[in-house]
Ligand binder design. Structure first.
Ligand SMILES: Nc1ncnc2c1ncn2[C@@H]1O[C@H](COP(=O)(O)OP(=O)(O)O)[C@@H](O)[C@H]1O
Ligand SMILES: [Mg+2]
Length: 416
């Protein structure tokens, strides 16, 4: 599914890239052909102007024309010839008939502008046409006044279209990327949920089968020894307690998800909460050969809290410390007030948590990579629950841990 959405994203981006390339090329072509049209029009206009000038020159006295021609061959005389009123008048008449937004100029055979109606400055030459009669080899040229571009309108349009195309592409690409990420997230949650169901079912099955086995054994009356029988009853009680804890966790989690979890806070002593949270694990700790260290500071003030909820959070931390203990069989639980807050800390020497996972482990359903393959089952909602309890009390939960070097989770609750 995520592979396909990856492909789809790739396809959309590739299509957008092709669209961008095509758009770019056709805009360039459009711009170029518009320029071509402008140049062609200028060339036509120059040719027409040339014809008009030839007509004007037919009526000009021969000696004026001869003088002009000679002046073109000797540039040093050009100034004075051009200054002659008769010559001036002819020139004015020739160019007077040329109508254009551009500047018309007369070029001598060496392509030097001899006369223009306006100063040429840095104007750009658009087109020119050769005169045949009158002043052969002279040219009439049309210049584009500086700062005025015939392509301006075209360029503006091209710009506009480029911007529109750009915005369109950005929207397409951003939209696809966002959709892709949403889909990825969605499918990740779906996968986590499926794992969750499998993990919870498995977690429930283990204590149930133990209870059933011991129950059946007792029922058959095979156990004659009273002490043995009591041990069996204890196992059944212990396992049903564990079952209750698991179910409470899941139910509370679903209440949190539905926004229905409420906390009843009342002034409560801290020590019993710690003791009662540890108690159900006593047998398990003894069996596993754990070194258990409990340190509740004396004279702790009573704290306004939902004792059951805080106890449940603590149980979750203890459960994790045992479950992820690896070879470091140590558990330390401490309670102390520092900086006006109650710190309940659970420390282990277990497998630890890589630094990159320290925030994610508090997300619902999230479990660090290989805990499953290492045979440790879990629903992945324990720490989400702990965090919710902490925040509901105006506190927080922190983690200090390094991969392979144990972990310390601290539940920090404000004391009034
Ligand atoms: N004390 C710990 N030591 C190492 N890893 C831990 C510890 N506590 C939690 N984790 C990691 O954080 C994950 C989330 O914990 P939790 O929400 O309690 O889910 P679960 O215990 O059901 O897997 C665990 O799967 C585990 O990978
Ligand atoms: Mg857990």
């Amino acid at each position: 599914m995520s592979r396909w959405s990856g492909w789809a994203l790739g396809a959309v981006i590739a299509a957008a890239a092709v669209l961008a390339a095509l758009g770019w090329v056709s805009l360039r072509q459009w711009e170029r052909s518009a320029q071509l049209v402008v140049r062609e029009q200028a060339r036509d206009m120059a040719a027409m102007a040339a014809e008009k000038i030839e007509m004007v020159l037919r009526d000009v006295p021969d000696d004026v024309i001869a003088r002009l021609r000679r002046a073109a061959e000797r540039p040093e005389e050009l100034e004075s010839v051009l200054a002659e009123p008769a010559v001036r008048e002819v020139l004015e008449r020739t160019l007077g008939g040329v109508e254009a937004t551009s500047i018309a100029a007369l070029l001598d055979p060496a392509d030097r502008p001899v006369y223009a109606r306006e100063p040429l400055g840095a104007a750009e030459r658009l087109a020119s046409a050769r005169l045949r009669a009158g002043l052969p080899d002279w040219k009439i040229a049309l210049y584009q006044p500086e700062g005025v571009s015939p392509y301006g309108a075209v360029r503006r349009q091209v710009m506009l279209f480029s911007c529109a195309l750009g915005v369109l592409l950005v929207v397409i690409v951003a939209g696809s990327v966002i959709t892709y990420r949403l889909m990825r997230r969605e499918s990740e949650i779906t996968r986590l949920k499926a794992d969750f169901v499998a993990n919870v079912s498995h977690d429930l099955k283990t204590p149930l089968s133990v209870i059933r086995m011991y129950g059946e054994t007792l029922e058959m009356g095979r156990v004659s020894d009273a002490a043995q029988r009591d041990a069996y009853y204890r196992v059944i009680t212990r396992e049903s307690e564990r079952l209750s804890r698991l179910i409470d966790n899941v139910l509370d989690f679903s209440r949190i998800e539905g926004g229905r979890r409420t906390y009843e806070r009342a002034l409560s002593a801290v020590e019993p909460v710690v003791r009662e949270s540890l108690e159900p694990f006593a047998w398990q700790l003894a069996q596993g050969g754990f070194a258990v260290d409990v340190d509740v500071a004396p004279n702790l003030p009573d704290v306004r809290m939902d004792a059951a909820a805080v106890g449940q959070a603590l149980s979750n931390l203890i459960d994790n410390a045992i479950k992820y203990s690896g070879d470091g069989k140590r558990l330390e639980v401490t309670a102390a007030v520092t900086d006006g807050a109650l710190h309940l800390a659970v420390t282990d020497d277990g497998i630890g948590i890589p630094a990159g996972e320290h925030t994610r482990i508090f997300e619902k359903f999230y479990r660090v990579g290989h805990s499953e393959t290492q045979g440790r089952r879990g629903s992945g909602v324990g720490l989400a629950l702990v965090r919710h309890v902490a925040q509901a009390h105006g506190g927080r939960v922190t983690v200090e841990s390094r991969s392979g070097h144990g972990s310390r989770f601290t539940l920090v609750l404000p004391v009034e």
